[in-house]
Write a new protein. Structure first.
Ligand SMILES: [Zn+2]
Length: 290
């Protein structure tokens, strides 16, 4: 299977769990905890992309996409707030969506399997770092005596890469170009976003769009891609958008969550940072705290 056929996952959105009533009297508790414990195993296919339907399974707890041909995981994975375990190993991923880190920090994600993949390595000579959040000469976690502190479990922000900025048409800006840092979207950005959310948009035939001006055609195609990937939202302010205006890599060590929670980092343990790609909706949405 190279793609997930349309409609295949849709019935799972309406899956309900029936109450198990063993003996009367029926108490109200019988009807509690009726959310299904949904696990989805799509491992060992030849998937090149994931459709938006997957991200509508809001009760999904376990997702395995191991051993496919995925080059990126859409940021819409952020919608799966009940996800506890995800396996993305043996794919073609150079980086991970920052939204996975969001699910670790704000959601329920406890078991992250992402290696092996051709992930960017922080030690590679070509890797550009704009700011180190820990001393760069030793990729070690903090040293402590006695019982491990609570922070020994938490993801550690190791470094942040340089920010790439784009204009409203998606073209990369030169670092010396001056642009307005307003976070207010233009009318065109608002229109594109509403297009990307409209099911009517899917019905416009390609032949009809072929007559549109080249720029409009490119923007509408981008909106259609965003719709197919489940939508996008800013990793800083969470506003929806079609074309990112900023992009950067953050390096975080998540070793305590990799392959399941086992124990806190040992004192002096080497950090193994993972590259998470972040997008901002406006030139004003850039890394904070650096
Ligand atoms: Zn934003």
């Amino acid at each position: 299977m190279r793609t997930i056929p349309p409609g295949l996952l849709r019935p799972l959105q309406h899956l309900t769990k029936l109450p198990t009533i063993k003996e009367p009297p029926i108490s109200e508790e019988v009807y509690s905890s009726l959310e299904p414990f949904l696990r989805l195993f799509l491992a060992g296919n030849a998937l090149h992309s994931i459709t938006s339907e997957l991200f509508e399974l809001d009760t999904l707890r376990v997702l395995s996409l191991r051993n496919n041909k995925l080059t990126q995981i859409p940021p819409a994975i952020r919608k799966l707030t009940m996800l506890q375990e995800v396996n993305l190993s043996v794919n073609r991923l150079h980086h991970l969506p920052w939204e996975l880190l969001f699910l670790i920090k704000k959601g329920d994600l406890k078991h992250l399997t992402v290696r092996p993949n051709p992930l960017l390595q922080i030690e590679d000579p070509g890797t550009d770092i704009a700011h180190w959040h820990i001393p760069s000469d030793e990729l070690k976690s903090c040293i402590y005596d006695g019982p491990a502190p609570e922070e020994a479990w938490a993801p550690v922000h190791v470094a942040t890469g340089p920010v790439t900025r784009y204009n409203a048409e998606g073209v990369t800006l030169d670092p010396t170009d001056s642009v307005s840092e307003t976070r207010v979207p233009s009318l065109r950005e608002v229109s594109l976003l509403s297009f990307s959310r409209s099911s009517y948009f899917d019905l416009i035939p390609d032949e009809e769009m072929a007559d549109y001006p080249a720029l409009m055609l490119r923007l509408l195609r981008a909106a259609r891609e965003v719709r197919a990937a489940g939508g996008r939202s800013c990793s800083v302010c969470h506003r929806g958008f079609v074309l990112a205006r900023t992009e950067w890599i953050e390096w975080w060590d998540c070793s305590t969550y990799e392959n399941g929670l086992k124990g806190p980092r040992a004192s002096g343990e080497l950090l193994r940072p993972l590259p998470f790609r972040r997008f901002g909706c406006s030139v004003g949405c850039v890394p904070g705290g650096i």
